[in-house]
Design a protein around this ligand. Structure first.
Ligand code: NAD
Length: 442
């Protein structure tokens, strides 16, 4: 660990130039360097977990248990998973050759891309900056990390700590908002990894196109929960509530709305209310592990959606503290305001549909979701959802869980994004997969 604290990185061209010179030395390609950086990043997270938890509480009112689990612990786990398998992942893989090319050998080799840019959002400001960085470092790249300006305490903590632990000529943190990001996007990168909304995703992709830079876009959208008759509604409600109200609903893969088939629409109401009380008590404002809305703009946006249905539970809100109670709305129609955009807040609409055909048509009539969830006891229903819909992920029985399994690719499709990461998928994203063929002469 270096002990000096270098000046903050501000000049985009100078930062990228410095990282390019480092990459040209090839030192970041060495497996030892990669392991060393990942180990150092792990130490940063464990040495400074208190400081990081304080920053996350400042930015988003995250309780320490949830913040540790979803931000620090999540990233530590991603590092451990990667370190345990990196040698195996980096080993050249022999490839088959057609008879007409024999005798010869062929291999598939992963090589680093160069200098990559990671642009992170505010909702999991630590995880969504550092989990992509794990992949970038594992793949042997130099990286610029641009944290979200809407989580300023976490952004400042990363800008302060990363240079103290990581190779400062290979990893840079550039803080800032639109002007700073725009300046970065004018530079040539070898990959851009963006997490956030689709409008900015288009800006990022347009900027990348000028340099023919590949992009990963981790975007959002409305992730439905299909509720099938015959499922255990009390258990389903508990799991929907856990996934929905995590981080006060500000999770890209949060269940956005319940698509309730037949009489489940009414039958689920008391179970959801009970599950909210069980998780957050009679007054969620006092619950240790219930977060706050990130800022007033989002608070005003989400509270404006409260009139979209009949309130089953919740609705209380306080602008001064940006508190909005976990809220369930029933009898919501598809044309209501809450169904026109990703909610990204603690409001859960129940939308009734008559049958599975209608549920599938509803899903297919809209943008492809980042995640599709379903609670069903029927294998036939599972099969139909798997084969007749498209989404970044499909999870039965436990919303949000797929995100925590590094063996599964994480990413969207269509409007919910392009590309994937976590575990070995991150290594693929941040590597070039090179074909190597060796044919003897004669
Ligand atoms: P945000 O406002 O923090 O923006 C994300 C990043 O884009 C920030 O670093 C910001 O500085 C930068 N940015 C903003 N405007 C820009 C511009 N004009 N030009 C260049 N850069 C700009 O976060 P957000 O977009 O509000 O994040 C919420 C969205 O992100 C939701 O739609 C959510 O679903 C999605 N999301 C997706 C994932 C995922 O993994 N797929 C994870 C988290 C959030």
């Amino acid at each position: 660990m270096a002990s000096h604290s270098p000046a903050p990185d501000r000049d985009a061209a100078a930062v990228v130039g410095r990282l390019r010179r480092t990459f040209a030395t090839r030192r970041t390609a060495a497996p030892d360097w990669r392991r060393g950086q990942l180990t150092a990043l792990r130490s940063l997270l464990t040495d400074h977990s208190d400081e990081l938890l304080t920053a996350l509480a400042t930015d988003l009112g995250k309780g320490p248990g949830e913040a540790y689990r979803t931000e620090i612990g999540f990233t530590v786990h991603e590092i451990d998973h990667t370190l345990a398998r990196l040698d195996d992942w980096l080993a050249p893989r022999p490839a088959e050759l057609p008879d007409r090319l024999l005798p010869a050998t062929a291999q598939v080799v992963r090589e680093p891309l160069g200098v990559v840019l990671v642009i992170a959002p505010w909702n999991y400001p630590l995880q969504l900056a550092l989990a992509p960085l794990v992949g970038a470092l594992a793949a042997g790249n130099c990286a610029v990390v641009k944290p979200s300006e809407l989580a300023p305490a976490t952004s400042a903590a990363m800008a302060r700590l990363l240079p103290r632990y990581l190779d400062g000529d290979a990893v840079a943190v550039v803080e800032g908002a639109v002007p700073e990001t725009t300046a970065l996007l004018a530079e040539r990168f070898d990959h851009i990894f963006y997490t956030g909304n689709g409008t900015v995703g288009r800006i990022v992709m347009t900027a990348a196109a000028r340099h023919l830079t590949p992009v990963t876009l981790e975007l959002g959208g409305k992730s439905p929960v299909v509720l099938d008759p015959g499922t255990d509604l009390a258990a389903a409600a508990r799991r929907i509530v856990t996934g929905k109200f995590l981080n006060a609903g500000q999770t890209c893969v949060a269940p956005d709305y319940v698509l309730a088939i037949g009489d489940t629409a009414h039958a689920i109401e008391p179970h959801l209310a009970e599950a909210v009380r069980e998780a957050y008590g009679a007054d969620p404002a006092g619950a240790d592990e219930y977060g706050r809305i990130v800022n007033e703009r989002h608070f005003d946006r989400v509270t404006a959606l409260l009139g979209s249905g009949r309130t089953v539970i919740g609705g209380a809100h306080d602008r001064a503290t940006r508190y909005l109670a976990p809220t369930v709305l029933a009898d919501v129609t598809p044309d209501s305001p809450v169904m026109q955009e990703e909610i990204f807040g603690p409001v859960l609409p129940i939308v009734p549909v008559p049958d599975l055909d209608a549920a599938i048509a509803f899903i297919n009539g809209r943008d492809k979701p980042l995640a599709l969830y379903a609670f069903t006891a029927s294998d036939a229903t599972k099969h139909r959802l798997l084969t007749e819909t498209s989404s970044g992920a499909l999870t039965f029985g436990l919303p949000v869980a797929h995100l925590t399994a590094p063996g599964l690719p994480f990413g969207g499709v269509g409007e919910s994004g392009m590309g994937r990461y976590h575990g070995e998928y991150s290594l693929d994203t941040f590597s070039h997969t090179k074909a190597v063929l060796d044919k003897p002469l004669g």
